[in-house]
Design a binder for this molecule. Structure first.
Ligand code: GLN
Length: 383
């Protein structure tokens, strides 16, 4: 497709800011929270991460689609973003793993995209004003009309989107990271399943399941509405709380289930939404960040200690002033000093606001899977 055959498209933000561009992917109209991701790689993993459900993602990397898409880089069964925004698009990918172009892939999954946008200006706007709703359309090219639609859309605050992405039925996951891609030489890595982990699915990414399997876990992924009694019937060695979309404080069922599970004396590990849900279940509160953290180079750590460069994707965070006495902050986001990790002082419960599984991103935090396995081993030895 050449530029001249591209169809016009419009992007309108809730504050009335309007950008004109060209359509890629599917035609149509979508409304969602407009956020930006600063990763230089990994657009396919971002598009298919269920945590982005309900959002329109602006990629600050200036050209998307150069390496196409392939079946192995899917983080779930299909893309979950509402729409995609790019500076420029590559229509003819070149990569040995590519099986399809990005525009064709989005078209196939009925996801609209807009390109030709000044994504630097858009990102500065979101950073200054804060993340807000917006719409992409190839049909409604009148900015006022499109803005009226945006104004009717719900805000991300208070939105429970977990029910849209959680698995309808429990399933078992045993597949580790492929040998060719394995990077860890940890002594705890063991592809023989030695621990049973129940993963509460708020919108889990596949690479989390792969990393758990690479560390010797047989993972039973269960729907987010599964009761604590049903979860404990699997006799798990540990409980995993997954990432997921929307406002964590609206996921009351998940919070109540976690409140019951933390009393079961089993190691609990939470990632991103799982971290927020663990915090909420231990009495803390969450709040919405101005524009969130979405990218692959977010520094996390505590002063005087080692810094991890982490992959992040979240719009909410735990309020440090609401953390109970028996819970400790283990990591801060070193850009804005928001809470990035928690641990219970006496129980084997810990969580991080970032993505140790990467996909995309660096592997600095992979040791957290090892820590989870060690906690399960320790608990086994105690019992
Ligand atoms: N990646 C995630 O789990 C995101 C958690 C939550 N939806 C947030 O935006 O903060």
């Amino acid at each position: 497709m050449s530029l001249t055959s591209a169809q016009p498209a419009l992007l309108v933000l809730a504050d009335g800011t309007t950008y004109t561009g060209w359509s890629f992917g599917a035609p149509g109209t979508v409304i969602g929270e407009v956020v930006f991701n600063t990763g230089m790689t990994g657009y396919q993993e971002v598009l298919t991460d269920p945590s982005y459900c309900g959002q329109i993602v602006t990629f600050t990397y200036p050209e998307l689609g150069n390496t196409g898409v392939n079946p192995d880089d899917e983080e779930s069964a299909f893309p979950h973003v509402r729409g995609a925004i790019a500076r420029n698009i590559c229509h003819r990918p070149s990569n040995w793993r590519s099986t399809q172009s990005l525009p064709d892939y989005l078209k196939q999954h009925n996801i609209p995209g807009i390109y030709g946008i000044d994504t630097r200006a858009l990102t500065r706007k979101i950073r200054t004003v804060g993340a807000m709703n917006g719409a992409i359309s190839t049909e409604i090219l009148d900015p006022g009309e499109l803005r009226n639609l945006v104004e009717q859309a719900p805000s991300m605050s208070g939105l429970n989107l977990v029910k849209e992405v959680t698995t309808p039925e429990a399933y078992e996951w045993l597949e580790p990271t492929e040998t060719a891609w394995e990077f860890s030489d940890s002594a705890c890595r063991d592809e023989q399943p030695r621990y049973t982990v129940v993963a509460l699915d708020f919108g889990v990414k596949r690479n989390i399941l792969r990393r758990l399997a690479s560390y010797g876990c047989r993972v039973i992924v269960v729907p987010s509405h599964t009761s604590p009694e049903e979860i404990l019937k699997y006799n798990p060695d540990g409980i995993f709380l997954s990432n997921g979309p929307g406002d964590p404080s609206a996921v009351t069922e998940g919070i109540n289930t976690t409140k019951a599970l933390v009393k079961a004396d089993k190691p609990v590990f939470g990632i991103c939404m799982g971290h927020q849900i663990l915090g909420l279940s231990l009495g803390a509160e969450t709040f919405k960040l101005k524009f969130g953290h979405r990218g692959l180079n977010q520094p996390a750590g505590l002063a005087q200690q080692q810094v991890e460069i982490t992959s992040q994707n979240h719009g909410f965070a735990i309020d440090p002033d609401t953390i109970a006495e028996d819970v400790q902050i283990t990591h801060l986001n070193l850009n804005d000093r928001t809470v990035a990790g928690l641990k219970h002082k006496t129980l084997p419960l810990f969580s991080v606001q970032y993505h140790p599984e990467a996909s995309p991103g660096p592997h600095d935090a992979d040791y957290l899977f090892e820590r989870f396995v060690q906690a399960m081993q320790h608990q086994k030895e105690q019992n």
